[in-house]
Design a protein around this ligand. Structure first.
Ligand code: SAH
Length: 220
C-alpha cells in the first residue's frame, strides 16, 4: 500500500456518505453501525489501482484468493452482533481487516484470526498505520483463542460447514455469535449463549462467503 492511499479526501467522504445511505435504504437500522461505515475509509483496504471500487456495495478480491466482504454484509453482521463499547470480540477471518476496524470503531476490543500468512502479515503492518489498534493473530480460527477467552461476541466472516464447538465454548453467558453456515450458500445464524449448557439460535437470511478452511499449512 502506498502512503498517499491513506489520504481521505472530500471525494472519498462523499462516496462514503452515499454508501451509508444505500445501506440504510437496504434495511440497516443501527445508527452506530451506519456511523462506523461512514467513518472508516474503505479505500484504505484496497490496492491503489482499484480505489474506484471501494465505495460500491460489493465484495472485492484482496489477493490470496480472498475477498473483502460486501459493505452490506459487514453492516448486517455488525448489526446482528449488538456491539457495545468495551466488549471483547473475536473475529475469524481477518482478510483485509475492514470488518475488524468497523468493530473497533464501535468501541470494541477486537481479536482477529487469519489463516493465510500473507494476509495476516499485511494487516499486522497496515492496521496500525491506519491508527486502528486490532489484535491480529495467525492461526486456525476453528480453534479460536482459548488463551484470551471468553468473549462477549464472536463473528465468523467465512462460510462455516458447521458451528465449531471450540468457538461456542469461548462465548460468555449472554454472549452472541454471528456465523454464516453452509457450503454453496450460507444461512446467517445468530446464536446466544443463555447458560453453560444452553444456546438459542435464530436465522437471518442467505449469504455467500469464501469457505472457512481448517488446514492452513497448504496455502501459506
Ligand atoms: N473479514 C474480512 C473478510 C474475510 S474473507 C474483511 O473484512 O475483509 C474470509 C477470510 O477468512 C479469508 O481471509 C480467509 O483466508 C479466512 N479464513 C478462512 N478459513 C479460516 C480459518 N480456519 N481461520 C482463520 N481465517 C480463515
Amino acid at each position: 500500500m502506498s502512503a498517499n492511499q491513506l489520504i481521505d479526501t472530500y471525494r472519498h467522504q462523499g462516496l462514503r456518505r452515499k454508501l451509508t445511505e444505500q445501506l440504510r435504504n437496504k434495511g440497516i437500522k443501527d445508527e452506530t453501525v451506519l456511523k462506523a461505515i461512514n467513518h472508516v475509509p474503505r479505500h484504505y483496504f484496497f490496492d491503489s489501482s482499484f480505489l474506484e471500487f471501494a465505495y460500491e456495495d460489493k465484495a472485492f478480491p484482496i489477493g490470496s484468493g480472498q475477498t473483502i466482504s460486501q459493505p452490506y454484509t459487514v453492516a448486517f453482521q455488525s448489526e446482528l452482533l449488538q456491539v457495545k463499547a468495551g466488549m471483547r470480540i473475536l473475529e475469524i477471518g481477518t482478510g483485509s481487516g475492514y470488518q475488524a476496524c468497523i468493530l473497533a470503531e464501535l468501541g470494541a476490543k477486537v481479536y482477529t484470526i487469519e489463516r493465510q500468512k500473507l494476509l495476516y502479515e499485511k494487516t499486522k503492518l497496515t492496521l496500525p498505520r491506519m491508527n486502528f489498534r486490532i489484535r491480529t493473530f495467525y492461526g486456525d480460527g476453528y480453534k479460536g483463542l482459548p488463551a484470551h477467552a471468553p468473549f462477549d461476541r464472536i463473528i465468523i466472516t467465512a462460510a462455516a460447514p458447521l458451528i465449531p464447538d471450540a468457538l461456542l465454548a469461548q462465548l460468555k453467558i449472554g454472549g452472541i455469535m454471528v456465523i454464516p453456515v453452509g457450503d454453496d450458500s450460507q444461512v446467517m445464524y445468530r446464536l446466544t449463549r443463555i447458560s453453560d449448557t444452553e444456546v438459542t439460535s435464530e436465522q437471518h437470511g442467505n449469504f455467500r462467503f469464501v469457505p472457512m478452511l481448517a488446514d492452513r499449512a497448504k496455502d501459506v
